[in-house]
Design a protein around this ligand. Structure first.
Ligand SMILES: N[C@@H](CCC(=O)N[C@@H](CS)C(=O)NCC(=O)O)C(=O)O
Length: 217
């Protein structure tokens, strides 16, 4: 059965692949599962029909027959569990890959989201500059720790997994901030993720929504 996901009709990032449907598209592309997309305006996202799928009125959602899911991490996990390719077969290696999924969303993403909120919503406040410094220090702590753990490995734990997919997606939220450049192994890690054919297909499909032109190829 072909799943349907939801995405922004007009992405605020202008197709830079930062809206969270990108994580779901990327996972589906990695496992070779075709999908449909239902585009939503901001007002449609807050209407009862969409809130029945997503209590917080956000994207992405995922529908597959009777199953409806929200939260990009839960959706990526579901895709990884149902298809080969995103989680290792060995039970312990699988548990470690899932740990990295949680680490991406629970430990690395929160200060990055705080920075996003600061720059978008709090930039007119008198305390903005001070807050930004504090938030960026918290991000640097996490990036330094992640950089030490990754070392010169290609991926976080052996082969590419759903843990890497989510970690790369989260780190990409720093694109344009210059912060990743301070950690060359993390920049290279993100570049490796972005070079994956499945990432490119997902990126092009999301960009096509913004440009209105079908993806090339
Ligand atoms: N924790 C959620 C966050 C979802 C989220 O923040 N979605 C954004 C798009 S990337 C959204 O819908 N923003 C519009 C809004 O919150 O009104 C997830 O990972 O799926």
């Amino acid at each position: 059965m072909t799943p349907t996901i939801t995405a922004f009709e007009r992405s605020p990032d202008r197709g830079k692949g930062l809206a969270r449907d990108m994580r779901v598209r990327w996972a589906l592309e990695e496992v070779g599962q075709p999908y449909d997309v239902r585009l939503l305006s901001f007002s449609e996202m807050k209407e009862p029909a969409h809130r029945a799928l997503h209590p917080f009125g956000q994207i992405p959602t995922y529908e597959e027959g009777d199953l409806a899911l929200f939260e990009s991490g839960a959706i990526v996990f579901h895709i990884a569990e149902r298809h080969a390719g995103l989680l290792p077969d060995d039970a312990n290696a699988q548990a470690r890959a899932i740990t990295w999924m949680f680490a991406a969303l629970n430990t690395v993403e929160p200060p990055i989201v705080d920075r996003e909120i600061a720059t978008l919503v709090e930039c007119d406040k008198t305390w903005y500059e001070q807050r930004l410094l504090v938030v960026e220090d918290r991000i640097r702590d996490r990036l330094g720790e992640l950089s030490s753990r990754l070392g010169d490995a290609n991926w976080l734990d052996g082969k590419f997994s759903a843990g890497d997919l989510l970690m790369v997606a989260v780190l990409r939220m720093l694109n344009g901030s210059g912060m990743l450049d301070e950690y060359p192994n993390l920049s290279a890690y993100v570049a490796r993720g972005e070079a994956r054919p499945a990432f490119k297909r997902a990126f092009d499909a999301q960009l096509a929504v913004f440009t209105g032109k079908p993806p090339a190829g």
